[in-house]
Design a protein. Structure first.
Length: 83
């Protein structure tokens, strides 16, 4: 897998998370706390580090978005996970 492509898609996923978090009116701290994550973990996702797939549902719940919307983002950005 091309590292540049993986970083690109990870960044796209992170941007999508940030946009959804901001649309929900949440700070990184609030979203992370609601998802049971450290603030640094959430910030890393927004910066382009791909989260473990088991964190997706708590992240969706924290942002009050449907899980299938987040799953669609993962599918679009699947190269970030090398799926």
């Amino acid at each position: 897998m091309n590292t540049i492509r993986r970083k690109f898609w990870a960044g796209m996923f992170g941007d999508g998370i940030r946009i959804n978090r901001e649309s929900a009116g949440l700070s990184i701290e609030e979203a992370a706390r609601s998802a049971g994550m450290e603030t640094s973990e959430w910030g890393a996702v927004e910066a382009g580090c791909v989260p473990d797939l088991d964190l997706l549902r708590p992240m969706a719940d924290a942002m009050s978005i449907r899980y299938d919307k987040l799953a669609a983002m993962v599918a679009l950005c699947r190269e970030a996970w090398e799926l």
